[in-house]
Design a protein around this ligand. Structure first.
Ligand code: ADP
Ligand code: MG
Length: 486
């Protein structure tokens, strides 16, 4: 009786590039500028008679992204005017690309990409309740913005979230954008539809104002449920093609406006800008060779080379400084798999915890981690790991030593461990003496053990550990104890 419904999602993602200057003028591109209308000039203020000049750095970012996703780079491209009226776009049009995007096709996480094009960001308008006025800040006007559009091939909220996260990681690797969603450097719009017919799309809605990956996933889940319910109740006609907003507080979407279609914008090629034949521009050649190791390749390398858990690998993919630290530390020990895993584990648990505790970042997004915030050199870190690996430190002692090294900003692992009394006693002769004492002092326990009450071992171990002030190597102590009880 239950009908099956088929969800479809397509994403449109904007990301602001980290270029020195804006897309079509020499004004500074500084997303951290707090004072309004500081980074402006007649061009990005839309004064009549000014002329735009293409920022090649921004074009290069799109081309490199295009190579990274395996897309097709345009032979020919041009910029178009998208005409509409709004106070944040005083020219009366936005310069964007319509018919000839810089990049077509490609994929990320097996999600097919339609295109990536380049455009300019708008100014920011805002309303102040205290004086009832509206204001426009032009610092953002003309900042280079890429728009990536996916094919309608995503099937779930999780898949959409994963796609957006992977794009963010890629843009960071490429040095194109910090793509921080909370700062509005990356903005995701989700197109969503549900159909009872696998061969036909349902009516789609577009959801905006998604300021975090979590919001992206929640809003998609909300819309999929809303559509499914309407279809189940046979009220499919109530799904209208529209733009909806996401209410973060109420965790619901709400209707904003009926979507305009592209002919409303009367796109046409911008006569102020030159057409581009990419291969003829020297700076646009050989960009493919300039790509860094990409997230997907690094992921594969980490998974196959180091025998780490998925979560550990993902952490290293997102935190490049930690991955570099890890790889520098194990540079000489690649053959000892267990030491490699141990070295990774203390990074993904203790080092991360120490960095968080030091207040470097209080979000889950740890992208501020760098060599300075790690504080310890890979060499001294490895020295500590080797001690742990050889059983010279208890797990408590290892943690304390690492914390102390972090506090001191590095140092000699062995010396610090000694000073903390964290070195584990592993000398068999010495441990035998201690066990002998314990057995002498507890004859009735020994008798109980010999009568078959194995549980007293715990007690005897505890006594022995106590005598070593917690520093006895438990593995060796157990062996010695069992041997001497025979
Ligand atoms: P529009 O003309 O409304 O902007 P496009 O064809 O340009 O629509 O697609 C915009 C986005 O919507 C793309 O990411 C695309 O994958 C997605 N999309 C298109 N149709 C659907 C649909 N029926 N359901 C979900 N997403 C869709
Ligand atoms: Mg469109």
């Amino acid at each position: 009786m239950a009908i099956k419904f088929y969800p479809t999602i397509g994403l449109e993602i904007h990301a602001e590039f980290r270029t020195k200057t804006k897309m079509f003028c020499n004004s500074k591109n500084d997303p951290d500028e707090k004072r309004p209308n500081v980074n402006i000039c007649p061009v990005c203020m839309a004064h009549p008679g000014t002329l735009p000049v293409i920022n090649k750095e921004a074009v290069k970012h799109v081309l490199r992204a295009g190579y990274a996703i395996g897309g097709k780079i345009a032979d020919f491209t041009e910029f178009d005017r998208k005409n509409y009226f709004y106070p944040d776009i005083p020219k009366g049009y936005q310069i964007t690309q319509y018919k000839y995007p810089l990049v077509s096709g490609g994929s990320i996480n097996n999600v097919l990409i339609t295109r990536i094009h380049l455009e300019e960001d708008t100014a920011k308008s805002f309303h102040r309740e205290n004086d009832g006025n509206s204001y426009v800040d032009f610092n953002r006007a003309g900042v280079p913005l890429m728009e990536l559009v996916t094919e309608p091939v995503i099937k779930s909220a999780k898949e959409a979230g994963d796609f957006a996260r992977e794009l963010q990681t890629l843009l960071r690797y490429l040095g194109a954008s910090e793509a921080n969603m909370e700062k509005g450097e990356m903005r995701v719009e989700a197109n969503i539809s549900v159909s009872a017919d696998p061969n036909k799309f349902g009516t789609k809605v577009e959801v905006k104002n998604l300021n975090s990956f979590k919001a992206v996933e929640k809003a998609i889940e909300f819309e999929l449920a809303r559509h499914t319910k309407l279809l189940e109740e046979n009220k499919g006609e109530e799904i209208i093609q529209e733009t909806r907003g996401w209410d973060e507080f109420k965790q619901v979407t709400f209707s904003q406006r009926k979507k305009e279609s592209s002919h409303d914008y009367k796109y046409f090629p911008d006569p102020d800008l030159p057409k581009l034949w990419i291969s003829k521009v020297k700076e646009f050649n050989d960009l493919k060779e300039s790509l860094p190791e990409l997230p997907k390749d690094k992921r594969e390398r980490f998974l196959s080379n180091y025998g780490l858990r998925n979560e550990a690998v993902e952490l290293f993919i997102n935190e490049r400084a930690l991955a570099d630290f890890f790889e520098k530390a194990i540079a000489g020990v690649k053959d000892t798999k267990d030491l490699v895993v141990l070295t990774a584990n203390y990074i993904t648990s203790d080092i991360i915890a120490l960095i968080k505790k030091a207040g470097v970042t209080n979000t889950d997004e740890l992208n501020e981690i760098n060599e300075q915030t790690i504080r310890i050199s890979p060499e001294s870190y490895l020295a500590l790991m080797e001690m742990i690996f050889k059983g010279e430190l208890s797990s408590r002692g290892a943690k304390d030593t690492l914390a102390k090294m972090y506090e001191l900003g590095g140092g000699d692992a062995k010396k610090i461990a000694e000073e903390l009394g964290a070195i584990q006693k592993s000398d068999v002769g010495e441990l035998k003496k201690i066990v002998a004492e314990v057995l002498n002092e507890n004859p009735d326990m020994v008798a109980q053990y010999k009568a078959g009450k194995v549980a007293v071992l715990q007690f005897l171990m505890g006594q022995a550990i106590k005598k070593t002030k917690g520093a006895g190597n438990p593995k060796i102590l157990t062996e010695v104890l069992l041997e001497m009880l025979k």
